[in-house]
Design a protein around this ligand. Sequence first.
Ligand code: ADP
Ligand code: MG
Length: 240
Amino acid sequence: MIRFHHVNKHYGQFHVLKDINLEIQSGEVVVIIGPSGSGKSTLLRCINRLETITDGELTVDGVSVGDRKTNINELRRDIGMVFQHFNLYPHMSVLKNITLAPIRVSKASPKEASETAMYYLQKVGIPDKADAYPSQLSGGQQQRVAIARGLAMKPKIMLFDEPTSALDPEMVGEVLDVMKSLAKEGMTMVVVTHEMGFAREVADRVIFMDHGQIVEEGDPATFFTQPKEERARQFLSRLN
Ligand code: ADP
Ligand code: MG
């Protein structure tokens, strides 16, 4: 579903992604961990071309992300993204936040879009908040709206960039639970998170990044108990 083949990215002189090789299968849940500044967000943002790569090849479902001929809007329709700061439109109701893209981008009828929105609000556990405004919701609820908004476009892939980092601790669980059920349903997910419990339990594969490189990858059981690389070992020991 996603393939990085010798991908490099620079910000000016700064080499932020170094020879990234990574293949993510359909239905796979990949968790990316690593120190702050290691390039995790940049890697994620390359997938939907919020950032452009400098060289190498990056394909999503067989389509070259960097190709001039690639329809970027079509590509992005297939990729939902959830950020640390929920990025909801504050002046729109929850329902409006969720129906906006399906109506504007996918040309859904308002009725159809509302039905889809309610379906996903149900899924994330807050159908009663459809008419509320973001400021009337807790952080956990706002993030669940953001997930519902992503899902309403019926994406093939969901990207999560530290979705629980801005939340009060008591709200982390409700967001992770939604992500867990999404994973169980077979969504292809790439998740940057510091929630190691989630990684252990839900990830098919853990990727450890440092200084723009994939330093180590493996299944969570192996990675968390027997990391091979010194840098990974140090990173994990600092978390405990
Ligand atoms: P992470 O998500 O792992 O914390 P990022 O991908 O956000 O790391 O950033 C990786 C490195 O790239 C950092 O050193 C950061 O300062 C730098 N960086 C990120 N975005 C930009 C940008 N737009 N311009 C220049 N440098 C950037
Ligand atoms: Mg980041």
